[in-house]
Write a protein that binds this ligand. Sequence first.
Ligand code: BT5
Length: 274
Amino acid sequence: MSASDFPALSATPLDLERARAGLGARRLDVKFHYFPSIGSTNSEARRLAENGAAEGEIVIAEAQSQGRGRLGRAWESPPLANLYLSIILRPHLPPVHAPQITLMAAVALAETVGAFLTGPPAIKWPNDIVVDGKKLAGILTEAACDSARVEYVILGIGLNLNYGADSMPAFLRPRATSIFQLTGQPVARESVLRRLIQDLDRCYGELEASGFEGLRERWEARFVWRGRLVRVELGDRVLIGRAQGIEPGGALILEDDEGQRRSIVAGDVIPLEI
Ligand code: BT5
């Protein structure tokens, strides 16, 4: 089967009423801002948050012309095939704990996609969901903080659903996948969206109620590189060591040959052994 075998499903715009049906979100009072096409849902969500938008407002688009990853990288966002959304959160967290939103979202996202796959998805610190070594989803969180509190967090999620390999640019094919590629079946995007919001709502509630400790075990259970030798690129520096899990605050623990432990707050992690 190829992507062109299900044009009707892949070309159908999102039915947000269908996604909402039976949603029952408690923590997030979901309100959609829908765009057939947009530059970046994160940028629009930021604009809305700056103008006072409430927690739970969600910018969602069928396509992005300037979908963003971290560090100026691009997120491939072809029309009508996947999910691209950005949720406005106004968490009661000290700024130092803002990175926990990314970790919480990774747990929720892994639980969501796990419901649509036979094999377990893995979490690649800090922001990727991978299956069989290929990236299925990415998270881009952007926070506005002052010294005492987080004003808002934009939680951006790109999740590949009905993205056929033949629709991907060649550079992406060896490193990315989709639910369709993994199962051979197209998936109703509304079902995944509903489930994703429910899982985020639940995990966000847990984070606010009991901190990241309550989610940490589930995060660690899916952590793909525990004990493995990795290279961490920190912009101008490179560190090598074994990834040993995460700290309560969400930093990656890297242990070098001499047993020295370091906390990595942000960076790119590349495995050095299979
Ligand atoms: C991420 O960045 O993984 C965060 C991606 C967040 C995208 C969402 S979509 C909705 C919201 N609005 C936005 O503008 N962004 C968010 P990073 O770890 O930097 O990974 C980027 C890398 O992933 C790229 O350099 C590619 O190698 C790869 N990539 C790009 N598009 C992809 C896709 N559709 N699926 C899988 N991998 C992709």
